[in-house]
Design a protein around this ligand. Structure first.
Ligand code: ATP
Ligand code: MG
Length: 408
């Protein structure tokens, strides 16, 4: 069974029990665009308790918001199929500019009006194959317009994250901004600071992995979101955006973000990543890429011991993509990138990353006291091994002893 088939089953069962049940929001938009939705959401007049009675396997997601996740059989990819069923609701007042103080269950048309943009505010009955459009979303989708539902200033004031969502939606679906929506978003942008870093980071991730990320970068600036979210980028934004635009379509978030940050240096990159609460893996990769963004420029002439540790790093593919984009944006040559790609392709692993001739354990066995000398010896021996100057453990040991003697 596919996710879509399961989402139809869930609607059929709810309707069979006498409830109104419709697909809602993003999945309707995606279906109308001929895209495959990432997930299907169902909206219904069934209350959470009633949903739970109807389906055997349920997880309460947002009990306060009336959202129940219904678990189905395993899908074709082996993952459990899941559909979120939410009771039609209106959101109460937003006193913190982030989430409603309360919610109340309501009719579908009222539920449509609490949603952010018209293209995200439609319902679809997959049994009758009918769209229920209370917000004129179909028109906007056809004309490629992103428009807030209702009064744009009020809607952005309720939840400031919607300004960033506007940028993401316009980027992703290549939409023009309705002028009133744009103006209200620009006016509200400084207040995005009220939103948690996790939610901001989540939007940035989705925005930057999209192939149209360069438009996203323009819109971030156009909306005035850089000052409150990434002020460090302002001085060098144009140049960095040119490199961002030169990246290939499919790129990881750390690579795209490191490209945005390429000019700020590793310390500032780390500060930004910590502020936005990136994961440790994301942060490490971003900082490594920023720190090494010029490291392979001289790859053709540099000694092995400088090049090879980079070539065997997990991030080498991304680092080469970054070097390639830098070269494209500067109209410069890519001989260094091609040289490295060839080396990666043609060098057998045992040459690219040979077993060390000498290890810390070897030195400990020989009774060397651990300390500063240890590190210097291992590094020197390793570098000379990679450069082809040492080929046996005996030679390595003589070098180690010579360094030790000299250090006395
Ligand atoms: P995606 O494919 O990225 O998941 P989506 O439109 O499904 O896009 P979700 O964040 O999954 O986005 O939200 C589902 C629906 O919930 C949206 O289509 C929209 O109707 C509504 N929604 C989500 N976030 C907000 C918000 N901050 N304010 C108002 N409505 C929202
Ligand atoms: Mg979604």
């Amino acid at each position: 069974m596919t996710a879509r088939e399961f989402a139809i089953e869930v609607v059929r069962k709810l309707q069979g029990a006498g409830f109104v049940a419709l697909w809602a929001g993003g999945c309707v938009r995606d279906e109308l665009l001929g895209l495959v939705p990432a997930d299907y959401d169902v909206a219904s007049d069934a209350r959470p308790e009633q949903v739970k009675q109807l389906f055997r396997r349920c997880v309460e997601i947002g009990a306060a918001f009336g959202v129940i996740e219904v678990i189905g059989p395993r899908g074709d990819d082996g993952e459990w199929l899941k559909v979120q069923v939410a009771t039609f609701r209106t959101d109460g007042t937003y006193s913190d500019g982030r989430r409603p103080d309360s919610v109340a269950f309501c009719s579908p048309d009222e539920d449509a009006k609490r949603r952010d943009f018209t293209i995200n505010g439609m319902f679809y009955d997959p049994i009758l194959q009918t769209v229920f459009d209370y917000v004129d979303g179909q028109n906007d989708l056809q004309n490629k317009i992103l428009r807030a539902i209702g009064n744009p200033s009020d809607r952005f004031a309720e939840d400031k994250l919607r300004v960033l969502r506007a940028v993401r939606m316009a980027t992703r679906f290549d939409l023009h901004l309705d002028p009133a929506t744009r103006a209200a978003g620009q006016a509200m942008a400084p207040q995005i600071r009220a939103v948690s870093p996790e939610r901001i980071a989540d939007e940035l991730r989705k925005l930057l992995v999209h192939p149209r990320r360069a438009r996203g970068g323009e819109l971030l600036r156009d909306f005035g979101l850089l000052e409150p979210v990434l002020p460090e980028l302002l001085p060098t934004y144009d140049a960095d955006q040119r490199v961002l635009a030169a990246l290939p379509s499919a790129c990881s978030f750390p690579l795209t973000f490191a490209t945005m940050l390429r000019s700020v240096g590793v310390r500032t990159a780390r500060t930004i990543g910590i502020r936005l609460k990136f994961s440790n893996d994301e942060l490490a990769r971003i900082v490594w890429l920023v720190g090494h963004r010029e490291a392979l420029l001289e790859a053709v002439t540099m000694p092995n011991h400088q090049r090879q540790p980079l070539l065997i790093h997990d991030g080498i593919g991304e680092l080469l993509t970054l070097h390639h984009a830098e070269a494209m944006a500067a109209n410069a040559g890519i001989a260094h990138v091609e040289f490295c790609e060839r080396a990666l392709r043609d060098t057998p692993p045992e040459l690219l990353n040979p077993l060390p001739l000498l290890t810390g354990d070897d030195l400990i066995t020989l009774g060397w006291p651990p300390g500063k000398l240890f590190k210097i010896v291992l590094e020197t021996v390793r570098n000379r091994q990679l450069d082809g100057e040492l080929t046996t453990s005996g030679e390595a040991m003589s070098v180690a002893n010579a360094i030790k003697l000299a250090g006395r």
